[in-house]
Design a protein around this ligand. Structure first.
Ligand code: SF4
Length: 284
């Protein structure tokens, strides 16, 4: 007889199963359903949400060709990454936490750009200072602004699932955003805002020195690469930025709006995995 699962565990399993199913990893479910408990019934009793909350949609909208830079180029466009990638010293692993804390101290109670006016908390980063893999998003949403951590809402749950599908734990990667304060109504950061804040992100990248960077969405890709191009033109290949290999994929919030693109995102993540020598998560 099937054993009832804890409701919270059931929710998490259902979300994970939907994610794998969207990726086409159906074999996972067949095997999982053989395990004790009512795992399969979780997915059946937890249909996928129809839409994303307003707070998660705008900033991670579908890749567009809208203005990111305005009249001024992004910092990374002005400063080719190759200039920095070989010149910077590698900070010993044992000193990286302190180095990141130093960056956070430099940010302080920042008022350098207009985004400070509407924020509750500065969202610095989350994860390991010695991560081999780093994700870069656009900016905090409502949940992130409330908790002071990046990617903790529904998009964050999806990112967690993407990380797990790669065979990693969230605490093994490093996660940050182009801007550290929530834009009003989750709008895309203005060029002046992104250009003011992104140097802190670049310093974080220089400390963590990930082998692979994954840009989540068009804004992250644009400000890392210094290229104002449609996401489709940037995906599917390996770029380089500050000594790391850079992969471009969709923002999880966009994937929540258009789950059909999850397979495309999985293909991007597989490029990152190949570069890291990772194999997909073991299936239950
Ligand atoms: S977004 Fe960045 S630069 Fe702007 S106020 Fe926040 S921390 Fe400062």
């Amino acid at each position: 007889m099937a054993r009832a699962l804890d409701p919270a565990l059931c929710d998490a399993l259902a979300e994970r199963m939907r994610f794998y199913r969207d990726l086409g990893l159906t074999d996972f479910y067949r095997r999982a359903a053989e395990a004790p408990g009512s795992i399969e019934s979780c997915a059946e009793s937890h249909p996928a949400p129809a839409s994303v909350s307003a707070g998660e949609t705008q900033s991670a909208a579908a890749p567009s060709q809208g203005s990111f830079f305005g009249e001024e180029p992004a910092p990374s466009a002005r400063r080719p990454s190759s200039v920095f990638s070989t010149a910077l010293p590698v900070i010993p692993a044992a000193e990286r936490v302190a180095a990141l804390e130093s960056i956070r101290d430099d940010i302080g109670d920042c008022t350098r750009c207009a985004l400070h006016k509407g924020r509750n908390r500065i969202v610095f980063a989350d994860g390991s200072a010695t991560a081999r893999l780093m994700f870069v998003g656009e900016g905090p949403g409502a949940d992130e602004d409330a908790q002071g951590l990046p990617f903790v809402g529904r998009a964050g749950q999806l990112l967690n699932n993407m990380i797990a599908a790669m065979g990693l734990k969230r605490e093994e990667v490093y996660i940050a955003n182009v801007v550290k304060c929530r834009p009003p109504n989750n709008r895309t950061p203005e060029p002046a805002e992104a250009n003011t804040c992104s140097p802190f992100l670049f310093r974080q990248i220089d400390v963590v020195r990930p082998e692979v960077l994954v840009a989540l969405g068009a804004t992250a890709a644009t400000y890392l690469l210094g290229q104002r191009q449609p996401l489709a033109a940037l995906r599917g290949r390996v770029h380089s930025f500050r000594g790391a290999k850079l992969i471009v994929t969709y923002h999880p919030a966009f994937l929540l709006r258009d789950p059909r693109q999850k397979k495309e995102a999985w293909a991007d993540l597989q490029i990152a995995m190949r570069e890291l020598g990772l194999k997909p998560a073991a299936r239950a």
